[in-house]
Design a protein around this ligand. Structure first.
Ligand SMILES: Nc1ncnc2c1ncn2[C@@H]1O[C@H](COP(=O)(O)OP(=O)(O)OP(=O)(O)O)[C@@H](O)[C@H]1O
Length: 260
């Protein structure tokens, strides 16, 4: 199995706050990994450090066998490491097609890009292709504001996929999306992921989604990975049920009530 992402002793402190501490993880090519944890557990901090948005306080990160600590998001995107955001980072008042064309232009690191037209034939072709794969072609010439939340999430993920990445880190791809839309959104994304043999790590609060789409789970609590392993094993773990999924808390409350 080829290793694609490895972190060693990865930590981030904000003054007295430990946002992430001593994270040691190795992910192999093609793995679909779920990241779970209560609010403030350190999930986004971890993704931000790996994707170059936040410098770590300590530790190392290797992508595809090379050290990447200190490299910025654009450079990492060109290396094949892409991400989406909890709140999609889109130009709301621009048409969908221009959001994609601008992202492509920015990724090409052209220093004179501001002076050149953004809509080139090549970029439009790539943008149309990913819109079709994502099933959101009907919004091509609409402003982003005209898109429902699920379609905006798909657009944000489409932007991450534009550069043909090797690995995708998705921060809460289904947050803010209705229950009915969640599974359709994940089906669309996962179909592309499987077709392209991508490695994916995604943050998720919905355990139904986690069980359905991942094989491995990393559970965070107070900045630390408390459990990392096969999905059934992690979700059945007592500490995970107490600190992350709340299952054990609810069970004991029900038992206590039953006892009374
Ligand atoms: N820029 C920052 N400055 C100070 N503290 C921060 C900063 N970013 C994150 N933190 C703190 O670090 C901790 C981890 O935050 P993080 O956003 O990584 O959690 P999370 O698991 O992604 O939470 P959520 O599920 O709510 O998105 C929290 O206590 C948070 O308040």
């Amino acid at each position: 199995m080829t290793e694609i992402l490895k972190t060693q002793g990865l930590s981030r402190y904000f003054g007295a706050v430990t946002a992430a501490e001593d994270i040691n993880v190795t992910i192999t090519q093609g793995e679909i990994v779920g990241v779970i944890g209560a609010n403030g557990a350190g999930k986004t901090t971890f993704i931000n450090m790996v994707t170059g948005y936040l410098p770590p306080s300590e530790g190392s990160i290797f992508f595809d066998g090379r050290p990447i600590k200190g490299l910025g998001p654009r450079k990492l995107m060109r290396e094949g490491l892409a991400r989406s955001f909890q709140i999609p980072q889109l130009f709301l008042e621009l048409p969908v097609i221009d959001n994609l064309a601008i992202a492509l232009s920015a990724a090409q690191n052209d220093h004179l890009q501001m002076l050149r037209p953004v809509r080139t034939t090549k970029r439009l072709a790539a943008a149309d292709d990913i819109l079709e794969q994502m099933g959101i072609t009907q919004y091509r010439d609409e402003m982003v504001t005209a898109m429902p939340q699920g379609a905006r999430k798909l657009l944000d993920i489409a932007i991450a996929m534009l550069g043909n990445p090797k690995m995708l880190l998705l921060d809460e791809p289904t947050s803010g999306v209705s229950m009915e839309e969640k599974h359709a959104l994940m089906d669309t994304v996962m179909e592309i992921v499987k077709r392209r043999s991508l490695t994916v790590l995604f943050v998720e609060h919905d355990m139904e989604i986690v069980q359905k789409y991942v094989t491995r789970v990393m559970a965070f609590a107070s900045g630390v990975v408390i459990k990392d392993g096969p999905v059934e094993e992690v979700l059945a773990d007592e500490q995970v049920q107490t600190l992350v999924t709340g299952k054990r808390r609810h069970t004991s409350t029900a038992t206590e009530q039953g006892d009374v």
